[in-house]
Design a protein around this ligand. Structure first.
Ligand SMILES: Nc1nc2c(ncn2[C@@H]2O[C@H](COP(=O)(O)OP(=O)(O)OP(=O)(O)O)[C@@H](O)[C@H]2O)c(=O)[nH]1
Ligand SMILES: [Mg+2]
Length: 374
């Protein structure tokens, strides 16, 4: 067995794995419909990690449909236009949209389908038109539709209650305010409801597209954490059996293949603006100069003492339970760091030392927390 040391990982490999894992994610195709001015663009920019609407490369698909995508955000949006036109024009719009949906539906590749629709109505209007009900009924035969009530800044929920009673064929009705709203006397109502829309959307999207969606959205960090923990726990359970595993305990935190996979998957569940340079900083922090401290050899030693039967540590092998405890600690520490970084408005300004310190601190915490569990 090759004896590895703390610096014995290849950054290029990690970056490559990160990249290929990113490219393997199936992007959800989400259609956003609703009349002009209801707040579709505001909503899109509030949900996704980067400004999609102003800087996106909106390629005209058809006259009334705009396709919006960005390489760094794994989602494709379809913005519909012209629902507020005259009756004849509306029919034309509807036909264009439906033919686009049907064309995509015929593809055997799930990547091509439109996976979900947000149908937006502004709450202020207090009304839903007959045509809009027909549209929703038509679209709901093609894909899950979430009815989004935008610009909800009053506490009058009568229109919402009325809509609920109509039993429209929608997955859910979500009330939200995408951007803070200033009302009289400089009172500002904060944005709300976005996490709820993300949860509902996540549930309704095809499984294959869920991970990309979790990455692409920026508001629901709890969902990122939950998914990263769920994925890591499953992966670790399937990676370490009950038997002995060839991880030399003195190097227990060295980035093995399993750990590199963990780090890339977790990173891609979170999604960061400058993933590549950031991962470089984080990985250096994880496995760099502070290996002795980071691995907390003393700590691992201590940990081993606490586990019955650890007398069996021999020939550089540790048992699966210990290996899995150490790896779980690393994964959860990394998730915690990603969570903290997600709340940072200026990740770029953080130094390698800051991040390294964060990683070390979390890793120690996790090791202490998990040692009782083995
Ligand atoms: N404060 C606040 N203003 C909003 C919100 N949603 C929409 N607006 C305002 O309403 C106006 C229209 O919003 P847009 O997001 O451009 O509407 P749209 O549906 O994209 O309109 P079209 O692209 O013309 O179809 C803008 O002035 C927004 O600032 C919101 O949640 N909060
Ligand atoms: Mg718009």
């Amino acid at each position: 067995m090759k004896k590895s040391s703390g610096m014995n990982f290849n950054m290029k490999d990690i970056v490559k794995e990160l990249e290929s894992d990113y490219n393997s994610m199936v992007k959800p195709n989400i259609m956003i419909a609703g009349k002009t001015g209801v707040g579709k663009s505001t909503l899109i920019n509030a949900i996704f990690r980067e400004k999609m609407v102003e800087t996106g490369t909106g390629k005209p698909v058809t006259q009334h449909l705009q396709r919006i995508s960005k390489d760094s955000v794994p989602v494709t949006l379809f913005d519909t236009k012209g629902l507020e036109l005259t009756e004849i024009a509306r029919k034309e719009v509807r036909n264009e949209i439906v033919s686009e949906i049907e064309k995509r539906e015929k593809s055997k590749d799930i990547n091509d389908h439109i996976h979900l629709m947000w149908y937006c109505i502004t709450y202020e209007s207090y009304r839903i038109e007959k045509e809009e009900i027909e549209w929703i009924e038509l679209f709901s035969k093609k894909m899950p539709v979430v009815l989004v009530l935008t610009q909800c800044f009053s506490d009058d929920i009568s229109f919402y209650e009325q809509l609920k009673k109509m039993e429209l064929p929608v997955k859910s009705i979500v009330r939200l305010l995408a951007a803070p709203k200033r009302i009289i006397n400089n009172i500002e109502i904060p944005a709300y409801g976005l996490n709820n829309l993300v949860d509902v959307t996540f549930d309704a999207l095809p499984d294959a597209t869920k991970r990309a969606f979790v990455n692409a959205q920026k508001t629901n960090i709890d969902l990122k954490v939950k998914e990263a923990k769920k994925w890591s726990t499953g992966f670790i359970a399937s990676s370490f059996g009950a038997g002995f595993t060839p991880i030399p305990f003195s190097d227990a935190v060295v980035l093995s293949g399993i750990q590199v996979t963990l780090i890339t998957k977790i990173t891609n569940i979170f999604g960061f603006p400058r993933s590549r340079s950031l991962i470089q900083t984080i990985v250096t922090a994880l496995a760099g100069t502070s290996v002795a401290t980071l691995t907390g050899r003393a700590l691992v030693g201590q940990l081993l003492k606490f586990i019955p039967g650890v007398g069996t540590v021999a020939g550089g092998l540790i048992n699966g339970a210990v290996a899995s405890t150490i790896t779980t600690s690393l994964a959860f520490a990394y998730i915690k760091v990603c969570e903290k970084l997600s709340y940072q408005t200026d990740i770029e300004s953080m130094s390698e030392t800051d991040i390294a310190e964060m990683v070390r601190e979390q890793y120690e915490k996790e090791l202490k927390r998990n040692k009782g569990k083995s």
